[in-house]
Design a protein around this ligand. Sequence first.
Ligand code: PRP
Ligand code: URA
Length: 211
Amino acid sequence: MDNKKVHIMQHPLIKHKISYLRNKNTGTKIFNELVSEIAMLICYEATRNLPLQTVEIETPLAVAKAEVISGKKMAIIPILRAGLGMVEGVKTLVPNAKVGHIGLYRDEKTLQPVQYYCKMPPDIDRRDVFVLDPMLATGGSAAAAIQFIKDYGAKSIKLMCIIAAPEGIKKITETHPDVEIFCGVVDTCLNEYGYIVPGLGDAGDRIFGTK
Ligand code: PRP
Ligand code: URA
């Protein structure tokens, strides 16, 4: 993958944790902990280029010049339901980020996204937006969510996902070439039902124990 907007995670901790996430015998509690930890590690990579500014601070010993993050503030937008599982991990690193929500589900027959909820921070046009969804399959849900967020005025959007299919990456890079993707791993393909193979199954069901 040589697209500079697509970042596939190489960190061994992320690879290790995704392997446990895939395992069908991993129960809800551990599954949720892993999703949160992986989201935190991907967030660490996705915030690598945040701009810094130098300020003056007083340590107990001296006045010092020190670097702090400057510029735009962040917003986190999980795609319901499964994206909710990633919020806590990202908030651990960026506690002041505002959180918006987009409710989408895939119609099981058409695989087209259906929107049922949307609540955005009011100043989203002035924030760096991180869209969260563990699964990027056909890319239909993420592409639609990103379009809604753009319609609300957001100009800087990054997508964080844990497992992607090549089809999903292609969809986002073609429909939203301005959006950077930070992805834990890219799997082989989609099956006839639009599930990522080998994947981890239905992320929402595994996070919320609904199957
Ligand atoms: C899952 C997943 C993504 C979407 C990915 O959600 O969390 O949002 O499917 O598929 P796509 O790339 O083909 O659009 P789902 O529709 O199962 O809803 P849920 O999170 O409420 O279970
Ligand atoms: N949504 C999921 O939860 N899993 C997949 O494999 C594809 C879409």
